[in-house]
Design a protein around this ligand. Structure first.
Ligand SMILES: NC(=O)c1ccc[n+]([C@@H]2O[C@H](COP(=O)([O-])OP(=O)(O)OC[C@H]3O[C@@H](n4cnc5c(N)ncnc54)[C@H](O)[C@@H]3O)[C@@H](O)[C@H]2O)c1
Length: 270
């Protein structure tokens, strides 16, 4: 029984070279989908097609989507850069490029189309910045977003938090518009996950800060444990799920909300 409904679906996965994107693309192939992968590093997976795309370069995004063409049923925005990369690259890959890719793919989607993007528990501060973020996500077009980032370097800071907060608010904001065309959009908030990006997080972030986000489960996620919820969100089984920001964090957000998480490592030391 094809409960998730991926047999013969045409799907696009960005970031299919490694980590969560690789695990997502691999599982989708197993589920019988026609998987089109995008990355700036060549994928070893047995995909229907692979396109070299640098999400910092909108022309490569446009060329890849034109090359795939036809009907697209689902898009998985999995590519990303950590905060150790230059801030403008982080904003381009994690937000402007993901959004540009999505906007190129939407015209290829019909009723039943679905988009899932990866944000992060690192974006959990979005609600405190909602007025600024609500204005930011109304800026559309790759170049206009990059221009705003260049003019607001202090707000952008290291880029990672803002890029992840922007994905969250853009997901919620665009969901009420896209659903009128029968297209759903959701995102996930992974807690620390054992992927190649983890080495970068470990070099930039104290161990006790990273460990804060794995309370109460007390272990990191695997890439497959992040791929599963993304695949469910974009599946036929989730046809009424839209505009959702789904923590995939072993219970961290629940512990925060109910006052059971120790957040002292995140507080500035006095
Ligand atoms: N690993 C974690 O703990 C963690 C936690 C929360 C959120 N995330 C997010 O999960 C997503 C997946 O990351 P991951 O942990 O699987 O790491 P990863 O480094 O294994 O995967 C990132 C992928 O993005 C691709 N990529 C990077 N720059 C690109 C560019 N310019 N153009 C095209 N592709 C590009 C990489 O080649 C790679 O395949 C990212 O958005 C990341 O921010 C990761």
């Amino acid at each position: 029984m094809d409960f998730l409904g991926y047999a013969n679906k045409r799907v696009i996965v960005s970031g299919c070279f490694s980590g969560m994107g690789e695990a997502t693309a691999r599982k989708l192939v197993e589920l019988g989908a026609e998987v089109h992968g995008l990355d700036f590093k060549e994928s070893a997976l047995d995909l229907a097609s692979f396109s070299l795309v640098d999400l910092r370069d909108p022309a490569t995004i446009e060329a890849a989507v034109t090359g795939i063409g036809g009907r697209v049923d689902a898009l998985f925005n999995c590519a990303g850069l950590p905060q150790t990369a230059p801030a403008m690259d982080v904003m381009k890959v994690n937000y402007a490029g993901a959004r540009h890719l999505t906007e190129q793919v939407i015209p290829l989607m019909g009723e039943g189309g679905a988009i899932a993007s990866i944000s992060s528990t690192g974006g959990m501060g979005w609600s405190r910045k909602l007025p600024m973020l609500s204005e930011f996500v109304k800026i559309s077009g790759f170049d206009a977003i990059v221009k705003w980032c260049e003019e607001n370097a202090e707000t952008v800071a290291e880029g990672y938090s803002l890029s992840k907060e922007a994905i969250i608010v853009w997901t919620m904001w665009s969901s009420s518009q896209l659903i009128k065309r029968g297209i759903r959009i959701n995102c996930t908030l992974p807690a620390p996950t054992q992927t190649p990006m983890m080495d970068e997080f470990e070099s930039a972030t104290a161990a006790e800060v990273l460990d804060t986000f794995i309370q109460p489960i007390n272990r990191r996620a695997t890439p497959e444990e992040q791929a599963g919820p993304l695949i469910c969100l974009n599946s036929d089984a989730a046809g009424y799920v839209n505009g959702v920001v789904l923590p995939v964090d072993g219970g961290f957000m629940g512990a925060v909300t109910t006052g059971q998480a120790d957040l002292s490592a995140l507080m500035p030391s006095s």
